[in-house]
Design a binder for this molecule. Sequence first.
Ligand code: DGL
Length: 273
Amino acid sequence: MVDAREQPIGVFDSGFGGLTVVRSLIDLMPNESLVYIGDTGRYPYGNKPAAKVRNYALEIADSLIRDHGVKAIVVACNTAASAALDTLVDTLPVPVIGVIEPGARALARVTHNGKVGVIGTVGTIASGAYDAAVEATGAEVVLTSAACPGLVEFVERNQVDGEEVSLLTERLLSPLKSAGVDALLLGCTHYPYLAPVIQRVMGDGVVLVSSANETAFAVREMLDAHELAAPSSQVAQRRFLSSGDVDAFATLGRRLLGPELGEVAAWHSGAAS
Ligand code: DGL
């Protein structure tokens, strides 16, 4: 009989961004097996209608359960979580967690002046998911949000520094600087790779919050609550799949995540992009 605790955790994103969450999951729970799907064949999600992103998310989650027998799902993409988390939670037979609530809780915790910011894709910011999540923390904070189209594309091209990146980042972050925020949530899982530029633009007085670590802690709690944590003696198996160019995914993915990213297999979506 299959022991559910030994089954992998399924993680997905539109591309490489979710690897920031995978890094934190591996560091916190090195014995947990993982299956990661990077939907690079249909990325970016951030500028697509929410209904389309929701369909992608449902399709990937379904494949993680059906083809890989995952015991839980981590939506390691803010855009997908803002479009589909409620539907996934309501319809899937396994526990599901997103990156939005854990990040919002951390943001509310670290601010001193009560002025907080969040940056994300057009889809995430337009959804209002962060306004709702920050409000749900009950913290007395004022949230300033800014969509940052273009930043994800830089990461996917492995262009994480230089003048072009700095100039766009400065322009996109100016509303956050004017608002005087002292804590800024990187509300897109790709953005931690741009943290050095974002920190330089915002200045040393602003704390950058990445949802990756917070999400990993929330995943551990969720597994414990469902008695699904892997036995401590388990040797983790990690599988990486991409709907785009698997060699390109392996090369850049390894640079971003580290040596844990071994071979990359093809994942085929049934839907047209
Ligand atoms: N990494 C995804 C997120 O957290 C977005 C990337 C995209 O636009 O596809 O929102």
